[in-house]
Write a protein that binds this ligand. Sequence first.
Ligand code: FAD
Ligand code: NAD
Length: 465
Amino acid sequence: MKEILCKLLVIGAGPGGYVCAIRAGQLGVDTVLVEAGKLGGTCLNVGCIPSKALIHAADEFCAIRGMQQARSPIGIRVESCSIDLAATVAWKNGIVGRLNSGVAALLQKASVKIVHGRAAFRDGKTVAVETETGVQIIRAEAIVIATGSEPVSLPDLPFGGRVITSTDALSLTNLPERLVIVGGGYIGLELGTAFAKLGSKVIVVEATPQILPLYDSELVRPVSRRLEQLGVRVMTGAKAKGLSAAGDALLIETSAGREEELPADRILATVGRRPRTEGSGLQELDLDRAGPYLRIDDQCRTSMRGIYAIGDITGEPMLAHRAMAQGEMVAEIVAGRKRGWDKRCIPAICFTDPEIVTAGLSPAEARAQGYEVRIGQFPFSANGRAMTIQAEDGFVRIVARADNNLVIGAQAVGNGVSELSTAFALAIEMGARLEDIAGTIHAHPTRGEAFQEAVFKALGHALHI
Ligand code: FAD
Ligand code: NAD
């Protein structure tokens, strides 16, 4: 097979890699993209998109079932309802398929050459790809490693049989009657909530004293309340120890140090993800590591000249939008533009019920960094729009420097608050002061008004509370 020579080779077509390739192609860089699986990577195929589709289906079903079971205060009456999970999964697969084709079309439009197969480094400029028709050698001036991450399994709880990954959970066509989830982090709680709404009896086993340990307890409280309402049993401070002798239950050690068996039809293990560094010949290059991840500088350069790394393989936060931002930046650097990582915040959202969004620093983080802070918090129970959509639980919180009112953090918990992440990130990235947000007209009636009200509160003159 003839060798391919190119200026830029991107390995992995997840959100990091495909965005990098599109932007490089737009800038006229001769680009090749290698992908072993499907375009779109984890996020599009087995992560962000399918999980949000399942969460939406579960929300719809739960709302309708709620109307059937209890007489809805809105006045809607439903006689009966059921869900065909196979049809839900087919609908979800349809969305994924549309997006796969969309990414392929965008890459084609940007004149990116796609090679399907697994890439392995031969040296710092050469990669061999095992394609269906043989080995394809590609030589490139610059190479971007965007091979992403994969689920971690616990040593005593290997995947297989009843023990499933998030990928398996997103394609179940039969609802597990009893679902035990190991790990009360992002995936465990997003999917656990969805399965509880679909009708599974869910137990979440979390090793730390709080679910979603990354978020402060005030933000997590409404999520815990809702899990309780949904009948989810949350066991914090509890560790998974393996399968029971009969293999039909999860053996755990509770926070009190007792052993307990939790019978389960499925055990979903979501205890984190690790960088995908195996199988791509990375050991040949001996790149510097930061823990298990590839070490990068503020231009995503690794320790070897001409080799960049982006996305989950470079560490936390392992989020699709971070991977995309790194990909876009690296493409511009390879095209000769002057760029460096100078972001003030990477917003994060947990798509639980209610949703949690954070951008910048929490009050505790800001204080730990030595800032004196001004904080404003506004509850959705005082927001007209939230009342009209029966979504009064939660609040918006703003964190600003006390000396100059510069906004350094914004957080919210509430129904649909994921959409507020844009306003939060924009304010922080643009260096807004409290007065800038207070002086911006926020349309009425919206949940976004709670953002402005939190700011008014921080300035000492809230209007609606
Ligand atoms: P990936 O998306 O993992 O893509 C890497 C690609 O590289 C893969 O397609 C893989 O096949 C390919 N590859 C690997 N090795 C090779 C090789 N040697 N040769 C060729 N190809 C190779 N993030 C969010 O921001 N929001 C969310 O709502 C969200 N939800 C999630 C839900 C779930 C269930 C999961 C699992 C993850 C979720 N994430 C979410 C995280 C998000 O999916 C990742 O942060 C993101 O996909 C990382 O992008 P990436 O480009 O670094 O790698
Ligand atoms: P996570 O790090 O969010 O949560 C893992 C949880 O498992 C932690 O709370 C940890 O304390 C717990 N745990 C670890 N070992 C345990 C044990 N033996 N017993 C019980 N609990 C244990 O990891 P995840 O949920 O697997 O998600 C992986 C990554 O995917 C996330 O870090 C995030 O970057 C990404 N993701 C993002 C989103 C989003 O942005 N909405 C959604 C899903 C996934």
